[in-house]
Write a protein that binds this ligand. Structure first.
Ligand SMILES: Nc1ncnc2c1ncn2[C@@H]1O[C@H](COP(=O)(O)OP(=O)(O)OP(=O)(O)O)[C@@H](O)[C@H]1O
Ligand SMILES: [Mg+2]
Length: 415
C-alpha cells in the first residue's frame, strides 16, 4: 500500500491502523514525491492531500489496476457531487479522521465493490429530471480553466478554442442557458478570434474597462461575442498593439469575477509571458481550478518547460498541484512512454495526448474550429478525451452517446 498526503495525515494514518503495523510500502508527503513513489510498487493507494480528489482521479487514470482511496473531510463527504466524481472513477472515499480504520476494514477481501453504481445513476437521473422540468440546475460544478504554456506555438489556442466549443455544445444540450466563455488572455498577441472565423471583432478586452460593476447578464453579453455554431461566448484581445497597456491585472480580475458569476465554465487562453514583469498570468493561474499546461511532444520542448516550471515555482509561487500536462502534436511511432514524460516533468499527464492532425490547420484556415469541422477526426476525439477529464467521465460519457452521435450525423450530412 502507498500512503500520500500531508505529514499530519500520513502520521495519523500510520498510527491509526487498528491491528499491528499497516502494510504500507511507500509514503509521500508532497505531490512530486507522490508521483515518484507511485511509479514503483503496486497495491492500494491512499490519498490524503487537501482537496485530494482531483489528484486521486488523475492517479486512477494512470494506474487503473490499483485500488484508490481518498480521504475527505466531513463537508466533502456530505457532498454528493464529490461522491459521484469519485465513484465514477472507482475511487473509494473515506473520512480523513478515520482513514486508517476505514481502509483497514475494506482491505483485503471483497467486502466492498470497487465501483458503487447506485449513487451515480441516481444522481444523473435526478439531474435529468430537473433539467426536463426546466428547473435551473448546475450540471457541472463551476469550472474555470486555463490553457497555458511557457513556450509558444505549442497548441494552447488550438486546445482552448476546441475544448471550449465542445464544452459549449455539450452544455447546451443539457441546459438551454448553459454558458461557456473563452477569454483570449494571451499577452503575447492573441489570435483566437481568427480560429472562430472573426477577423474584426466588435468588442475586445479593453472594452471591459467601461463595463459597469455587478452588471447583469444582458449587459455582460454585449461585451462578449457569440460563436453561433457552438454557442460559445468569447472575448478577443485587442488587435491594436497600442491597447496593450490597458490590459492589466485589474482588468483581468474584473473579467474573471464577472464571467465567474454569470457562466458555468470560463476558459482562458494564456500566453507564455514568463519574461514579462507586471503581468496578469500569475493571477489567472492562481484563480482557476485547472491549468492545462500544453507542450509539444518532443523531448527538447518538454525539457525546456520543466526548467521554466522550476523557475516559476519560486518566481510566481506557482502551485503545481492544479497543473495537468497535455501533450500536443504527438506523432505515431514515437518511442518514449507518456507515463515517463509525466514522471519527468512531475506534473500529472492528461491522456490522451493530442495527435498531429492535418485537419487542425485545414479547419483553422477556414476559420472553423477543427472539432466542429471534423468531429470524427483524431484531434476531435482526443479533445473529447480531455473534456471528459475536465467535466468528469460519468457526465461526459453519459451525454456522449446520444449527443455526439447526433452531432456527428449533422456534420456528416453537411459534408
Ligand atoms: N494537433 C495538431 N495537429 C496539427 N497542427 C496543430 C496541432 N495543434 C496545433 N497545430 C498548429 O500549430 C500551430 C500553433 O498552434 P497554436 O496557435 O494553437 O499554438 P499556441 O501555443 O497558441 O501559439 P502562440 O504561442 O503563438 O499563442 C497552429 O498553426 C496550429 O494550427
Ligand atoms: Mg495562442
Amino acid at each position: 500500500m502507498t500512503v500520500m498526503g500531508t505529514r499530519d495525515f500520513v502520521d495519523n494514518f500510520l498510527s491509526g491502523w487498528p491491528k499491528g503495523a499497516p502494510p504500507v510500502v511507500n509514503v509521500a508527503t508532497d505531490v512530486s514525491s507522490a508521483l515518484e513513489v507511485l511509479a514503483e510498487g503496486d497495491g492500494a493507494v491512499v490519498v490524503g492531500f487537501p482537496d485530494g480528489l482531483s489528484f486521486a482521479m488523475e492517479i486512477a487514470d494512470l494506474h487503473r489496476d490499483r485500488r484508490i482511496f481518498v480521504a475527505l473531510d466531513r463537508d466533502s463527504l456530505a457532498d454528493l457531487g464529490l461522491w459521484r466524481r469519485a465513484a465514477g472513477r472507482g475511487i473509494v472515499p473515506v473520512s480523513a479522521d478515520r482513514a486508517a480504520a476505514e481502509v483497514a476494514a475494506m482491505l483485503p477481501g471483497t467486502a466492498s465493490p470497487k465501483r458503487d453504481p447506485v449513487p451515480i445513476e441516481a444522481i444523473i437521473q435526478a439531474q435529468r429530471e430537473m433539467i426536463g422540468r426546466g428547473e435551473r440546475t448546475r450540471v457541472i460544478e463551476k469550472l474555470t480553466l486555463a490553457c497555458w504554456s511557457t513556450r509558444g506555438g505549442v497548441g494552447k489556442t488550438a486546445l482552448a478554442v476546441n475544448l471550449s466549443c465542445m464544452l459549449a455544445r455539450w452544455g447546451l444540450n443539457l441546459r438551454k442557458d448553459f454558458r461557456v466563455a473563452l477569454v483570449d488572455a494571451d499577452a503575447d498577441g492573441g489570435n483566437l478570434s481568427y480560429w472562430l472565423g472573426c477577423s474584426k471583432p466588435r468588442v475586445t478586452l479593453p472594452a471591459w474597462l467601461d463595463m459597469p460593476d455587478k452588471a447583469s447578464w444582458d449587459t455582460v453579453k454585449e461585451y462578449l461575442l457569440l460563436h453561433k455554431p457552438s454557442g460559445l461566448y468569447y472575448l478577443p484581445r485587442s488587435i491594436r498593439a497600442t491597447d496593450e497597456e490597458f490590459v492589466t491585472q485589474e482588468l483581468m480580475e474584473k473579467v474573471y469575477k464577472t464571467l465567474y458569476r454569470h457562466c458555468d465554465a470560463v476558459i482562458f487562453d494564456l500566453g507564455t509571458s514568463i519574461r514579462k514583469e507586471n503581468n496578469y498570468v500569475p493571477y489567472v493561474l492562481s484563480m482557476v481550478d485547472i491549468v492545462l499546461l500544453v507542450s509539444r511532444s518532443d523531448y527538447p520542448t518538454i525539457q525546456s518547460i520543466k526548467a521554466d516550471l522550476e523557475e516559476l515555482v519560486n518566481k510566481w509561487g506557482l502551485d503545481l498541484a492544479r497543473i495537468r500536462l497535455v501533450l500536443n502534436r504527438r506523432s505515431r511511432g514515437v518511442e518514449y512512454k507518456l507515463k515517463d514524460i509525466a514522471a519527468y516533468v512531475q506534473v500529472p499527464l492528461l491522456t490522451p495526448a493530442l495527435p498531429e492532425d492535418p485537419n487542425v490547420d485545414r479547419a483553422a484556415n477556414k476559420g472553423e474550429p477543427p472539432v466542429l469541422k471534423y468531429p470524427a477526426g483524431d484531434f476531435a476525439r482526443a479533445v473529447s478525451g480531455i473534456a471528459r477529464h475536465v467535466v468528469g467521465s460519468e457526465l461526459w460519457g453519459e451525454e456522449k452517446r446520444g449527443f455526439w452521435s447526433r452531432f456527428m450525423n449533422v456534420f456528416k450530412k453537411g459534408a
